[in-house]
Design a protein around this ligand. Structure first.
Ligand SMILES: *Cc1c(COP(=O)(O)O)cnc(C)c1O
Length: 391
């Protein structure tokens, strides 16, 4: 073996902040020196119930003593239960489970192609996505992503995608004349800068899809699981998607992804067409059951919406007095502050000077993702820090 140079054994796919986190509970995390941080990044919209939520911890710990894995060659009770909960709480009829957001969108793209082939004998299905979108890092999902910088270095891309401008009325005319097989859209572009879809525009887009039998697929990986104030963001847009992709918040931090589809679409998948060894695994789906049960049968969402109201009101006041904040936007507890300065400088200052964790969404947008379980005291603490940072 040749002499090895001293190297971080982890590949550098992420620029990492210089802290090491070893513990979390509720809205707080601790680094290895014992320093405590208010975590308003929630593991990128994943720990929606806060860190190590009791109900999920208890359920997972119990499942750890029973069965970890058995493959999808057998029935899995927690998988059935989670599917049942997702179907009961959405407009969809059947669920496919996988392990991440990118995999959920892969499943959405595959089912759209299979559906186009089965129903309309399409040899080369076409899928429309939007400029500035983010759908994942696998070959198909990065090809579906409407950002040049995500494509760079990875050609040839998966063919069959076209990109239309987001929130653009002319794009709907283009969509009508293109008549693709499916549309995949984020209801709030998360990574792209926390940009919510305009409601009237989205309703019209849904109408074009409905009238022309174009599958409407919503990427709710970041917006789902209560993040925007309802279990799914699509509920607030008064639309009924054919396919919903989920991941991030679904397992409270235990890795899991899923798509929910309407019956006519779901039946495009049959044994042998798609699969995943770990997908719907007993541990992951147990975490999912506990998470969705908490979100749908307790007061968590109502309380989250009260906190969101206070945060928005507080941030509006700060934005009005600040020369740096250009716009406050988002939905529920998915919040973006567009700045006229690099957002990363504020992320670093918040962490170093105030022990507050927030993240960016593109170069000039500060992204704030409080846990849905955040308390009034934490909100006050957060707003006091934001005041220090911006006025
Ligand atoms: C995070 C995210 C993805 C990718 O999810 P991974 O679990 O990182 O693969 C896809 N779409 C949206 C909208 C996301 O926010």
């Amino acid at each position: 073996m040749s002499e090895k140079v001293e190297l971080n054994p982890v590949m550098s796919t992420y620029g990492r902040f210089p802290i090491t986190l070893v513990k979390g509970k509720g809205s707080y995390v601790w680094d290895k020196e014992g320093k405590k941080y208010l975590d308003y990044s929630s593991g990128i919209a994943t720990c929606n119930l806060g860190h190590v939520p009791d109900v999920v911890e208890k359920a997972v710990q119990e499942q750890l003593g029973h069965l970890w894995h058995c493959s999808n060659l057998y029935h899995i009770p927690s998988q059935d239960k989670l599917a049942q909960l997702l179907v009961a709480n959405s407009c969809g009829d059947q669920v496919f489970f996988c392990n991440s957001g990118a995999e959920a969108n892969e499943a959405a793209l595959k089912i759209a192609k299979k559906y186009a082939k089965d129903q309309f004998l399409k040899e080369i299905p076409q899928i429309v996505t939007f400029k500035n979108s983010f759908h994942g890092r696998t070959m198909a999902t990065l090809s579906a992503t409407g950002q040049e910088k995500i494509h760079q270095g990875f050609t040839p891309l998966t063919p069959g995608f076209s990109f239309l401008p987001f929130n653009d009325w002319d794009a709907l005319e283009q969509l009508t004349s293109m008549n693709p097989d499916a549309v995949l859209i984020e209801l709030v572009q998360g990574e792209g800068g926390v940009l919510p879809a305009d409601k009237e525009w989205l309703k019209q887009l849904a109408k074009v899809c409905y009238d022309q039998q174009i599958l409407l697929m919503v990427d709710e990986i970041q917006t789902g699981m209560g993040r925007t104030g309802t279990l799914f963001a699509y509920e607030q847009y008064e639309i009924e998607p054919d396919v919903i992709s989920l991941a991030k918040g679904l397992g409270s931090g235990i890795p899991i992804g899923a798509i929910i589809a309407k019956e006519h679409v779901a039946k495009a998948f049959s044994p042998g067409t798609h699969g995943s060894t770990f997908g719907g695994n007993p541990i992951a789906t147990t975490a999912g059951v506990a998470t969705v049960t908490e979100l749908t049968t307790t007061n968590v969402l109502n309380e989250a919406n009260e906190m969101a109201h206070d945060i928005w009101t507080g941030l509006e006041k700060i934005a009005a007095k600040s020369n740096t904040i250009k716009q406050l936007r988002g939905m529920g507890l998915l919040i973006g502050l567009e700045l006229d300065k690099p957002a990363i400088d504020y992320v670093n200052k918040a962490r170093e000077d105030y022990q507050l964790l927030v993240i960016v969404a593109g170069p000039n947008v500060l992204r704030i993702l409080p846990p849905l379980t955040t308390t009034r005291e934490e909100v006050d603490q957060f707003l006091a820090i934001m005041k220090q940072l911006f006025i």
